[in-house]
Design a protein around this ligand. Sequence first.
Ligand code: NAP
Length: 437
Amino acid sequence: MADALKIGVAGLGTVGASLVRIISERYENLATACGRAIMVTAVSARDRSKDRGIDVTSATWYEDPAAMAREGDIDVLVELIGGASGAAKDAVNAALERGIHVVTANKALLAEDGVALAALAEEKGVLLNFEAAVAGGIPVIKAVRESLTGNTMTRVYGIMNGTCNYILTRMEKEGLSFEDCLKEAQRLGYAEADPSFDINGNDTAHKLAILTSLAFGCEISCDDIYLEGISNITQDDIRAAAELGYRIKLLGVAQRTGGGIEQRVHPTMVPHDTVIAQVDGVTNAVAIESDILGDLLMVGPGAGGDATASAVLGDIADIAKSRPGAQTVPALGRPAKSLEPYKRARMRSHEGGYFIRMRVADRIGVIAAIARRMADNQISLESIVQHSANGERDAPTKTIIMVTHATTELSIRNAVKAMESDGYIVGKPQVIRIEKP
Ligand SMILES: NC(=O)c1ccc[n+]([C@@H]2O[C@H](COP(=O)([O-])OP(=O)(O)OC[C@H]3O[C@@H](n4cnc5c(N)ncnc54)[C@H](OP(=O)(O)O)[C@@H]3O)[C@@H](O)[C@H]2O)c1
């Protein structure tokens, strides 16, 4: 049997501790499957005295993960610290500069610096593997980067944040408010103490930016993503969606259009009878549309120590199985130099159906005025429904719910602005985009 593959694990938190435990529990099986043993020879975390439920006494402890990457007796750096800068970035750069392989779950770092890191890995002839960075345990990176090579991908979209999907699912199933569901998610450990990164869509945006690059062969561009979170979603939206045959999900969508590549993260109405609409709780799902294969949907655990460690371990096993001197797979699926510059499609040109819910004064002529504004902007309505507040026929305001046929974002924005200037709308209209598989 070949020499053991020596790995240094930087970060022994939720994912790192799971990984070390699994490697120790499955040492023999892994050695048989990979043709060589996988040994944790070095580790780094902040607090050496913390009980992590794992035995790392045989590994060399490093206070500084970058020092471990530079000098440790390791063949692979496994970076499980997180964050786009600081210790994680320093350690990954140091390992690549030294010419050793890197495995990371760090979407924030890749979304910011993925192209530069991929170029450095190529220059040094080493692997930069990051299966766990997008949709946790679901093997979506390998599918897009390797298995679908030769396909032209047209759209990639999915539910990539378990916290948001958990909150939206509970809101729907139990009729609870967004705030109550968020508190429950925090109590169960599904949401961070500061959940803003998840619920504002930033976490999904990081994952989407990486997928976009792999799917469309372009540079990673996280700053160009249109972003809307889920905190404005109310029970009224969820109920209206159900009545119309939709469910609301936070989707990340990347799509090739005539005007460039669209990247957007926002609450989305998906038809109730689609598979992605049935993905509940913390589960993730990623859909890929391509010309040779057709439609692919992958559903599975998007987070959690063991699920994420499973993806990290797969990346390590790929390195263990590779032969010394063998050609390496470019991190972003093609040589970094051949990635095209990202061409952003303007959000105002986005085409699709829209759901609009608004409260209006109960006056004669309001429906006619709404219809006129829609016609002025070439928007055709699929349905329009009027509800009285709390079912009271004499209430001073009514709720209007509209679903449009495919139109543009600009038309919708102009129509809503015109209706607001007409003066019959009470409060702020809710606009939710519709996505059809
Ligand atoms: N958790 C998930 O479900 C999940 C899913 C997909 C991807 N990921 C990604 O996986 C990575 C790790 O996530 P996690 O949830 O395991 O994080 P975590 O539980 O917060 O663990 C982070 C670890 O990094 C260590 N650390 C922090 N700063 C350090 C420094 N300056 N030097 C050395 N060690 C340092 C911490 O040490 P101490 O323990 O001593 O404080 C801790 O062990 C992140 O990139 C995350 O985005 C996580």
